[in-house]
Design a binder for this molecule. Structure first.
Ligand code: COA
Length: 289
């Protein structure tokens, strides 16, 4: 995606934190992951915007991209000038979830792996997080939204959590948060059948705040971010902390439990068949697994 479509004059930085020259902050742990142009990080007027920029692969997320997003969150948290984080994708695709090939080659091995660093970072992020979602939001493209404070969706947004169809189980604490938000039966439909649901249905269950024309979505998210950035940071942080009080620990525990099952299931025949079928562009055959 062209940087202009990311909703501003995007600046790619040598390090995913802020203005050149980069002066290391001794309080931020050193990050060794390489940066990537597949994630754009742009900070302006108190708002850090993180853009999925891998449209040719439907913004599927590689290990390197998880690392870049995790680093951007660490930096945004540490920078007192940043008050809000916005995640956005392209007008036609938010994210196809994990990059399946990359995931098979380097499955997350420990809780320090980039995907878990990203998930822990977004789940415990103390400042407001906004998402602008247009087009498909698959897997973690949907489950990450349960950790955002405000979600704006284009009327073309299609949310799906097809973990069962991939021989896997939920991640990102979605097995906890989806039933909490949607009620058990709607959660079962979303997580057991794994069928997509559209923006209006997401609005009805409370996953999104507003459904808007796709071409306006990133702009509306930025306008809301600007409003938040004009408010006192301490009040934003304290209000979010109080609203989330008691939730972070169960969320992190559920993420760890899901992660252990997910890692085991990745190596089992059902997931292998599902991923092979995706790579070979055919329907999976689960009759023997
Ligand atoms: N991982 C790796 N590559 C992916 C991908 C993923 N999750 N999703 C899409 N791609 C790649 C395709 O392989 C294809 O690459 P190619 O051009 O080299 O063949 C390219 O992106 C375009 O994808 P395509 O499926 O042709 O686009 P589409 O518009 O018909 O469908 C989606 C878009 C998102 C509905 C579809 O790509 C999809 O279902 N992706 C898989 C989602 C998924 O299962 N994610 C895993 C969650 S754990």
């Amino acid at each position: 995606m062209d940087a202009r479509r990311a909703g501003g004059v995007s600046i790619l930085r040598a390090h995913p934190s802020f203005d050149a020259p980069f002066i290391p902050n001794p309080e931020i742990p050193a990050m060794t992951a390489p940066t990537t142009q597949d994630i754009l990080v742009h900070t302006e007027a108190g708002v850090t915007t993180i853009t999925f920029n891998r449209v040719d692969k439907k913004n599927s997320i590689t290990t390197t991209m998880y690392a870049a997003m995790a680093d951007a969150l660490v930096a945004a948290e540490a920078d007192a000038a940043v008050r809000v984080v916005v995640f956005q994708g392209d007008v036609a695709i938010f994210s196809a979830g994990n990059d399946i090939g990359d995931f098979l080659q380097q499955p997350p091995a420990t809780q320090d792996s980039p995907v878990f660093r990203f998930l822990h970072g977004i789940a415990a992020f103390p400042k407001p997080v906004i998402a602008s979602v247009c087009g498909p939001a698959v897997g973690i493209g949907t489950t990450m939204l349960f950790h955002c404070d405000l979600v704006y969706a284009g009327d073309n947004a299609a949310f799906s959590m097809p973990f069962v169809n991939l021989g896997l189980c939920p991640e990102a604490a979605s097995s906890l948060l989806v039933p909490q938000m949607m009620g058990y039966h709607r959660a079962a439909e979303a997580l057991l059948l794994g069928e997509p649901f559209m923006a209006e249905a997401a609005l009805e269950v409370g996953l999104v705040n507003r459904v808007v024309p796709p071409t306006e979505c990133n702009g509306i998210a930025q306008a809301q971010a600007k409003k938040l950035a004009a408010k006192p940071l301490s009040a934003l942080i304290e209000t979010k902390r109080l609203m989330k009080k008691g939730q972070i620990q169960p969320v992190l525990e559920r993420m760890a439990e899901e992660g252990a099952s997910f890692g085991r299931m990745l190596r089992e025949p059902a997931a292998r068949e599902a991923f092979s079928a995706f790579m070979e562009k055919r329907k999976p055959d689960f009759s023997k697994v």
